[in-house]
Design a protein. Structure first.
Length: 413
C-alpha cells in the first residue's frame, strides 16, 4: 500500500527495517531468554540517529513527529517488540518535555535524548494507581528551591536503563486530580533509587522497574509546566504517544505474519504445503486484512496529528514558549479519540494475529525455539499499558458523545 510517505520518511522506515533484520533478529532470542538490556543494539540505533526522528531540529533531532516515531517503532518491533522499547519508551519520556517543557528545559534535556546518549522513561503507575492516575500517593513538597519527593512508582518501562525520567507526584493531596504535578528527575539524584525488577511474560528484553523516592530533592526548575497541571500533562502526552504503542503492536503483528508465511509455504502435510489448505488461506487473509486496516488508521491519524501539531511546535520554539500553550492559542484539537482508536485497533489486531499465527504453525508455533510464540507473548502488553483497551473505549466513547453534543448545539443555533 502506498501511504504517500516523504523521501525522508521512506528512508527512516527502510533504515529501521534493515537494522531490525541485520542486528536485532539474530539476537532477539538471546535477550528474551536472558532479560539483559540490549545495549549493543541501543548503540547501533544511536549511530543511525533513530532516537531523534521525532525531536525538533533545534534540539538535534530530525524534525519529524508522530509518524516518524511510528515508522521506526513499527519496523523495530517486526523483529522484537521488547528491543524496540528502547526507542519507544524513550519517546514516551521525551514527549512531555517537548510539549510541556519550557525553552530552558527543552534545551537542557532534548539534545541528549535525541542523540540517544541518554535514554528516557515515563512513570505514572503506582501500586494503588493504575488506570486511575488520580489515586497517586507519591508526594512532592516544596521546600525553598526544591521539591522533596517521597513515594514509589512501579511498572516503569526503561527503568534503571534510562537517565531522564518524567514522573508524577501530588503537590496538593487535598485537591485530588488538580493536585497532581509532573516533574523530571535524573538518574543519580540523591534519594532516587530503583526497587524490584519485574519478571514479565513478554517484552523481556526491556527492563521494567519500581522507582523509589526517599526524601529526594528535585530542583524547582524540574517542574514540568505548572504545579497542579500534572493530569493535563499525562493526558496530553497519551494523546500524542498512544500511536507509538499502536505501532509497536502493528510491528509485532506484521513480524508474526512474516514468520508464519515463510513457514506455511514450506511445511507439508498430506503431500502438500499447508498454505494450500483453504482453512489456512482464510486465516492468512484475515490476518493480512486486519494488519493493513490497522496500518491505514495509524498512518492516517499520525499524519493528521502532525499536520495539526507541528505548526505549534515551530511557533513555540521561535517564541521560546511552551508548545502546549501554543497548541491552545492555535486551537489545536485534542487527539484522544483518534489516538485511542489506533491503540485499540492495533493492539487487538496484534493479539488476534499472533494467536492465529501460533495456530497456523501448529506444534512448532508453541515452541520457544520458533519465534512466533514470542510475538504472541509480546503482543499482550500492548492491550494493557498506556491505558488498558477498556479505558481506551471509555475515552473514545466520551469524545464521541461530546462531539455529537457539540454538533447538536450547532444545528440548533
Amino acid at each position: 500500500m502506498d501511504y504517500d510517505l516523504t523521501e525522508q520518511q521512506n528512508d527512516i522506515r527502510d533504515l529501521a527495517w534493515q537494522l531490525a533484520k541485520q542486528k536485532i533478529k539474530p539476537v532477539r532470542e538471546h535477550y528474551d531468554q536472558t532479560e539483559e538490556y540490549p545495549w549493543p543494539i541501543v548503540e547501533e540505533l544511536r549511530k543511525a540517529d533513530l532516537f531523534g526522528v521525532y525531536v525538533p531540529e533545534a534540539y538535534g533531532g530530525l524534525g519529524g513527529n508522530t509518524l516518524e516515531l511510528v515508522l521506526v517503532v513499527e519496523q523495530l518491533s517486526r523483529a522484537c517488540g521488547g528491543i524496540a522499547l528502547s526507542v519507544a519508551a524513550t519517546g514516551l519520556g521525551t514527549i512531555p518535555i517537548i510539549f510541556f517543557g519550557n525553552a530552558e528545559q527543552r534545551k537542557r534535556w532534548l539534545p541528549e535524548l535525541a542523540s540517544g546518549k541518554r535514554l528516557g522513561a515515563f512513570a505514572l503507575t503506582e501500586p494503588g494507581a493504575g488506570s486511575d492516575a488520580t489515586a497517586t500517593k507519591c508526594t512532592a513538597v516544596l521546600d525553598g528551591d526544591h521539591y522533596v519527593v517521597n513515594g514509589q512508582k512501579n511498572f516503569c518501562t526503561n527503568g534503571n536503563a534510562a537517565d531522564v525520567y518524567t514522573f508524577f507526584a501530588t503537590t496538593n493531596p487535598k485537591r485530588g486530580s488538580r493536585g497532581l504535578s509532573a516533574f523530571v528527575v535524573e538518574k543519580g539524584t540523591p534519594g532516587f533509587s530503583f526497587g524490584k525488577k519485574e519478571q514479565k511474560m513478554g517484552i523481556r528484553a526491556s527492563w521494567t522497574y519500581d522507582l523509589v523516592f526517599n526524601n529526594c530533592r528535585i530542583p524547582k526548575a524540574n517542574l514540568l509546566y505548572k504545579e497542579g497541571y500534572g493530569l493535563f500533562v499525562a493526558q496530553g502526552t497519551f494523546d500524542l504517544s498512544r500511536p507509538g504503542v499502536a505501532s509497536q503492536a502493528l510491528g509485532i503483528a506484521q513480524g508474526a505474519l512474516d514468520e508464519t508465511m515463510d513457514y506455511v509455504r514450506v511445511r507439508k502435510q498430506f503431500g502438500q504445503t499447508i498454505a494450500s489448505f483453504q482453512a489456512i488461506q482464510h486465516m492468512l487473509a484475515d490476518c493480512g486484512t486486519q494488519i493493513e486496516a490497522s496500518r491505514a488508521l495509524l498512518y492516517c491519524t499520525a499524519k493528521a496529528l502532525d499536520k495539526a501539531v507541528l505548526p505549534a511546535v515551530a511557533s513555540a520554539i521561535e517564541k521560546n514558549a511552551v508548545v502546549f500553550d501554543e497548541m491552545n492559542r492555535l486551537e489545536v484539537k485534542r487527539w484522544t479519540k483518534e489516538s485511542g482508536m489506533c491503540k485499540v485497533m492495533c493492539s487487538d489486531t496484534a493479539m488476534r494475529v499472533t494467536t492465529d499465527c501460533v495456530q497456523m504453525c501448529g506444534g512448532i508455533g508453541y515452541m520457544r525455539d520458533f519465534p512466533v510464540e514470542k510475538y504472541m507473548r509480546d503482543a499482550k502488553i500492548t492491550q494493557i499499558y498506556e491505558g488498558t483497551n477498556q479505558i481506551q473505549r471509555n475515552e473514545i466513547a466520551m469524545m464521541m458523545i461530546k462531539e455529537a453534543a457539540s454538533k447538536a448545539r450547532e444545528a440548533a443555533a
